[in-house]
Each structure stands twice: as C-alpha cells, then as structure tokens.
Design a protein around this ligand. Structure first.
Ligand SMILES: Nc1ncnc2c1ncn2[C@@H]1O[C@H](COP(=O)(O)OP(=O)(O)OP(=O)(O)O)[C@@H](O)[C@H]1O
Length: 601
C-alpha cells in the first residue's frame, strides 16, 4: 500500500455537490499543428488522434518539448489559424465541434502559472469566481465558497493574501489549490490542467491529483492534465494515459497493466525492480541518443497496435448534447463585482494608493514653495512676474496630467494576464472590465487634484477674487487629471509591455507640451505642424487655467496676459475640448483593449 493511501485521503470533496451535469468526452482527430519559425515551418503536432472520457483521469505525459502543452492548448481551442500557424484536424466534445467561446460553457482550464491577483485573499478569489460563474443568491454562493475552501483544506489560509513579488502570501501548494478551486467552483463538466503538480512537494502533488481523481470519479467529470515525472502513487491514480514524443503519440490507453504489456511487446520490458513510471519516462527522454534512435520503433508500435483501437473509440464516443453551464450576469452586475475588486486592489496596493497620495501632496507643496506668494494685480506686477505666474499655471497643468498618466499605464499591463484568463473563462465582458476599472480609477483621479489644488492655491496666491475662480481651477485640474488617466489607459491597452509604454510616453508628451502655447506663442506655429495643438490636452488645460486666473471683475492686470499669449479659445470652449478628448481617448483605448485581447489570446 502506498505511503499516502495508508493515511486518510488528504483532500476530500464534499459529498453534497451540485447536481451532476452532463458527461463530456473530448475527442480529437488527426490534429496537425505547424508554426512558422525563422528556420522555416515546424510541425509541433503530427497528426494525433485520441479520446479523453468522462469519469476518468486522463494524463498526458512525455519528454520536455514533446508537445503536451500545445495539445492541451489545442483542446482548449486557444490555438487558431493565422499567417504564422496552421491547425488542422477535428476537435470535438461529445462529437460536437466547439470553439473558444463555447468551451467556457462546459469546461475550464488551469494554466501552469498561477495567475491570481496578489492582494486578494484566497476566499475573495473564490467569492469573485462564485459571484460571476455560479447561479444562486448571495448566501448560496457564499456557501459554495466555504465548501470549496473546506474541501481544498484551505481554511487556515483563507484570509491570507495570494502574495507575489511585493506582497508576502500563501505557499506554492496553496496557490495551486486556489487556482484549481477557482475553476472548480463553477462545477465544470470538464477541467484541463497544465502541469498541476509542477514545483510542488510529493505530498501536495499527490493531494492535488487525488482531488482531481475524486472530482472525475465521483462526479463523472472529464479531467485532462499534463504532468512531468509522476511518483508511483500519482501514477496509480491515472485511468487513461497518453504518452507523447516529438509531437506524436507512442501510447494511449490504460495506465496500469496494458501499458507495460504494450512496451514489452515492442521490445521494451520494464525491469522487475523498476518503478513503471520512472522506466517509461526514462525511455522517452529526449536527451538520450539511444532513446532518439528507438523513437521510430515506438511510433510503429503505436500505429500498428493501438491507433486503430483509439480511432474506433473516437467513432463510438458519446453524442450527447453539450451542456450550457454559462451564467449570464447583467452588465451592471459584472461592473459592480469588478469595481469592488478593483477598489480593494487600489486600497491594498501601497504603490497605487499611499505613494500616489504622497506624490500629490509633496509636489503641490513643492510648487507652492517655488512660486510662493507671486505678486498679484495689487502688487504692480512686472512682465517677469506674469511670466512666472504663467509658468506656475503651465507646470500645474502638466503635473495634474502626469500624476495620473504613469500609474494608469502601469496598472493595465500588471493586471493583463488575470484579465485575459478571466475573460477567456467568460467571467465577464471586456466592456464590464473596462468600465469596472474606470469607475474606481476615477476616484483618485478626482481626489488627488482637489488635494493638490487646495494646498498650492493660496501658497502661490492665485486668483481668489471669487469662489467660482477657485472652483473652476479645481475643476480644470480634475479634467487634466482625467485626461492623464485616459492617455494612461491608451498606453496600457496599446502596449503589452509597460516599460515600453513608459519609455515611449515622452514621444506623445513632448509634442503636447510644445504645442500648449507656453513655450512658443500660439500664433507662431508653422501651419504644417501647428495642427498638433488642436489635439493637445495640455493646451486646452493651460488656456482654461490662464483665462480663469486673469479673469478679474475689479482691478485686474494692466497688461493683458491672455492677449499676450494669443489664445483664441474661451474657458468654456477649452473645457468642452478637454471633455471631448477624454471621451475620445477612452473609447479608442477600449477598442485597443478589444484588439489586444484577440491578439494576445
Ligand atoms: N509558437 C512556437 N513557435 C516555435 N516553437 C514552438 C512554439 N510553441 C511551442 N514550440 C515548441 O514546440 C515544442 C513543444 O512545446 P510544448 O510547450 O507543447 O512542450 P511540452 O511537452 O509541454 O514541454 P514541457 O514539458 O517542457 O513544458 C517545444 O519544442 C517548443 O519549443
């Protein structure tokens, strides 16, 4: 008896699960997958056919680079045809074709990397998935979450952050169980996992495969995964084994007696004292010259003795209709759940909250000190004083824009993998993600400029003749902050790499600054390039602030600074233009996110 079996099974699934959903047999026929590389076409899957039945643990094994992950991605319909890759063959569920969208109605995919948000707790992750992917009222969903935590033995760490580079969190095994629970909570008919045991100790690895075996056997679910070097205890849990070498199958069938008989029949007998799984892995290893010479014999052995049987099983596979477990939530509900999560992310991330607040306060104090008590209209100001005042207004326009731009460029790529995974699972739509994130990101974009304005306004001695002047100033700085956010969204959704987006930002920023009418007079731009001023949010922000500042009903400035700068737009027109730019850039960002999603998936 194995060391693990003697103990009580490490993870036990609850007896009372949701009603059993329909059974799914995944079949695939003559799958060929070719990619174009710099050295020419490379065939990663060379005409493989197989069946993975419900109620069984289907394990895909093979040497490194054999094509296991590629096959899994093909079965999840994550690989399509384009100019760089060609996929041929049939992929069916219960003999019905399915695609990337319909896949999410009956199946789930757990990737090798645990793609979870660092600052969410285990329980919050499950709750998020339960809210968006399961039916029932709040209490029923909460029960499902608690049941899942209990069955995965995650009670002790349920309120601990997932953790990551900057946040201390749960262990690797707990993270893997969280990733699996996140998918299992919706009770899919079929679950596919890429190396669910990689990087885990033997007991945790066994616990996870045991959990999956329970899920398959007790609930008639289809479990398919790739795995490296399984221990004997784990191997004994496999019902159906696929062995792969160089993009082809060398075995498919029962993982116990039949497999050893087959290899013995083609001249590769497992030594009596050897562990079968170690022996089979050793004869497949692509690092050995002898193995590579033997590959042809494995291929022939499979083709002559097993392939026909597999093809027959595919023909006889289930033809039941596919279940549709898809939960349709309203756009409003999705936005609410996403906004709640985004709020927690911002609140818990010191870089996104405290550091940004500190930045807003410190920069405002600094600007206030540099331009402290500038001479106003009552102090008989010189041209130099007016230039200084204009400099302060321009700097503040830039500051409000920049303080939002960079954090927004950064947060999009940092959440991208989570977004792609969740969108792929059809937890929500791109529109709800975009709006849910936006409604929360708007909060600091509104609060921070209010704080900075209130700090520096009276330090500098800006126009406080009327309360309206102060309120207009705050309103314009909020609009500048929102345009920084909109351009940040654009950068974050156009570029997959945040570093690239940040390093390219000056390419846009410098023309906007140059054409804002501060460094060069608005009437002096050459006509062939002067059009840039019409798309510069800095120009409209600066005009609005200048017009607001020099607008006195009583004794104003003797010189007319607005006239000197040759601004033609009124405050109102500038505000309308700013609002128009913000809306247009946000809409463009949304479409870029849609395109990017398709490209990355
Ligand atoms: N887009 C691609 N372009 C070129 N080669 C690729 C591409 N994707 C995968 N490969 C190659 O195809 C082979 C199979 O890759 P795959 O990730 O499926 O292997 P694997 O069996 O899962 O390996 P491992 O166990 O090491 O993860 C590898 O040699 C890999 O380098």
């Amino acid at each position: 008896m194995s060391q693990f079996k003697r103990k009580q099974s490490p993870i036990i699934l609850p007896e009372k699960w949701a009603p059993i959903t329909k059974k799914i047999d995944i079949t695939f026929k003559d799958i060929k997958y070719t990619v174009t590389t710099s050295k020419g076409p490379k065939q990663l899957l060379k005409g493989v056919s197989g069946i993975c039945k419900s109620g069984k643990i289907n394990a895909i094994l093979g040497s490194s680079g054999a094509g296991k992950t590629t096959l899994l991605n093909v079965l999840c319909q994550r690989i399509g045809n384009n100019k760089n890759q060609k996929l041929e063959g049939q992929i069916l569920a219960n003999s019905h074709p399915y695609n990337n969208h319909t896949f999410a109605n009956f199946a789930a995919y757990v990737m090798q990397d645990d793609i979870l948000l660092e600052t969410m707790t285990v329980k919050e992750c499950f709750q998020f998935a339960a809210n968006l992917k399961t039916k029932g009222n709040a209490e029923e969903k909460s029960q499902k979450v608690n049941q899942m935590i209990k069955s995965l033995k995650l009670e002790k760490c349920q309120n601990t952050f997932i953790g990551g580079l900057f946040v201390k969190g749960i262990s690797g095994g707990e993270k893997k169980r969280t990733s699996i629970g996140y998918e299992l909570i919706s009770d899919p008919s079929c679950i596919l996992l890429d190396e669910p045991t990689s990087g885990l100790d033997s007991f945790t690895a066994y616990s996870i495969i045991h959990l999956l075996a329970d899920y398959a056997h007790n609930k008639d679910k289809t479990v398919i995964f790739t795995i490296h070097q399984p221990s004997t205890d784990i191997w004994n849990l496999f019902d159906h084994v696929i062995l792969m070498v160089e993009g082809q199958f060398i075995y498919q069938g029962d993982g116990k007696k039949d497999i050893l008989n087959h290899f013995s029949n083609i001249g590769f007998s497992c030594p009596t004292k050897s562990n079968p799984s170690d022996y089979l892995m050793s004869i497949m290893h692509s690092g050995s010259e002898t193995n590579i010479k033997n590959y042809e014999r494995y291929f022939q052995g499979y083709k002559s003795k097993l392939e026909q049987k597999a093809l027959k099983e595919i023909e006889d596979g289930s033809i039941e209709n596919l279940p549709d477990n898809c939960v349709q939530n309203s756009l409003f509900y999705q936005i609410k759940v996403l906004a709640e999560r985004q709020f927690k992310i911002i609140k818990r991330n010191p870089i996104l909250s405290k550091a940004r607040l500190g930045q807003a306060i410190i920069t405002a104090i600094f600007v206030g000190l540099v331009f402290l008590r500038l001479p106003g209209p009552d102090d008989n100001p010189s041209q130099r004083d007016i230039n200084n005042r204009n400099g302060c207004l321009f700097l503040y326009t830039m500051m409000s824009f920049m303080l939002q731009l960079n954090p927004c460029i950064l947060t999009f790529p940092s959440q991208r993998s989570v977004f792609l995974r969740e969108e792929n699972q059809k937890l929500y739509t791109v529109a709800s993600y975009f709006i849910g994130k936006l409604v929360v990101d708007i909060i600091p974009a509104v609060i921070f400029p209010i704080i900075s304005s209130l700090i520096m306004y009276w330090m500098v001695g800006l126009n406080d003749e009327k309360a309206l002047r102060v309120l207009t100033f705050i309103f314009i700085s909020i609009l500048m902050s929102l345009s920084g956010l909109a351009f940040g969204y654009l950068g974050g959704s156009v570029f997959t790499d945040a570093k690239l987006a940040i390093s390219l930002a000056p390419l846009v920023l410098i023309p906007f600054m140059l054409f804002a009418g501060f460094y060069k007079n608005a009437s002096d731009y050459a006509s062939w390039i002067g059009w840039i001023q019409y798309i510069s949010p800095l120009k409209y922000g600066f005009i609005a602030l200048v017009r607001n500042e020099y607008n006195y009903e009583g004794q104003g400035y003797i010189q007319d600074p607005v006239k000197q700068l040759n601004f033609t737009n009124t405050t109102q027109e500038s505000i309308y233009c700013l609002v128009g730019i913000i809306i247009a850039i946000l809409i463009i960002s949304f479409f870029f996110l849609l395109i990017l999603k398709k490209r990355l998936q």
